[in-house]
Design a binder for this molecule. Structure first.
Ligand SMILES: CC(C)(COP(=O)(O)OP(=O)(O)OC[C@H]1O[C@@H](n2cnc3c(N)ncnc32)[C@H](O)[C@@H]1OP(=O)(O)O)[C@@H](O)C(=O)NCCC(=O)NCCS
Length: 190
């Protein structure tokens, strides 16, 4: 594997079993708004609750710009047989030189616990190591986010350390866990 990232010219389509990953489009904005307006999901994902569906155009534009700056790739998650996306998954490049990225994922509440997140994460991890050329993927989760922790452990991440929250702070008052998945010698537990 080369020592530089093989960043794509277009968001690649990825398929596996029950899930299809494709680039985000305007069609994804209504489901994004529904998901992003769910208070529990927003806190777990670390995202602000949007004031209106129109903010979705800024959300989409931000992801498109990040992609064109080679700073990240975000996919819409579409379950097999569905036409609408049910969530998104992405990689944010945290160091181009070291080839590190951070994994982020969010799925609409109605689709939790059906294996969609695990399947999407496997697809992105395979792509990240075998084609994009990442050396390491990181993920930060709230300590109480048991579903996300379980998902990360299932796809091979291991816990690196706890990032203590500041009890005095309005935000970031809770403990986070930092997980890591190295590209070499990783245990694929699928
Ligand atoms: C985290 C999230 C993406 C998981 O997606 P998902 O499609 O529901 O995940 P899966 O169905 O693949 O399940 C993953 C594992 O977590 C387990 N799980 C689900 N909810 C759980 C809970 N509340 N407590 C403990 N484990 C849980 C599942 O049982 C499964 O493990 P198993 O196969 O051993 O049974 C989804 O719950 C979500 O979008 N949450 C809100 C946003 C968020 O937390 N994003 C991550 C921020 S870092």
């Amino acid at each position: 594997m080369s020592q530089t990232l093989n960043f794509p010219v277009a968001v690649p389509k990825l398929f596996r079993d029950a899930v299809y990953l494709r680039e985000l489009t305007e069609d994804d904005i209504p489901t994004w708004f529904e998901r992003a307006s769910d208070p529990e999901s927003a806190v777990l994902a670390g995202d602000p609750i949007p004031e209106s569906v129109e903010i979705g155009f800024q959300w989409l534009q931000r992801h498109r710009e990040r992609f064109h700056q080679q700073a990240g790739i975000r996919w819409a998650i579409v379950p097999k047989g569905a036409t609408q996306s049910v969530g998104t998954i992405g990689l944010t490049i945290s160091s181009k030189e070291e080839r590190f990225a951070e994994l982020g994922i969010v799925i609409g509440r109605a689709y939790w616990g059906k294996g969609i997140g695990t399947c999407a994460a496997h697809l992105v991890i395979d792509y990240a190591f075998n084609i994009l050329g990442l050396a390491e993927i990181h993920a930060e989760v709230l300590q109480r986010n048991l579903a996300s922790r379980r998902l990360l452990e299932k796809v091979g991440f291991h816990l690196l350390r706890t990032i203590p929250g500041d009890p005095q702070a309005d935000t970031n008052s809770e403990d986070f866990l930092l997980y890591v998945l190295p590209g070499q010698n990783r245990t694929d537990t699928q």
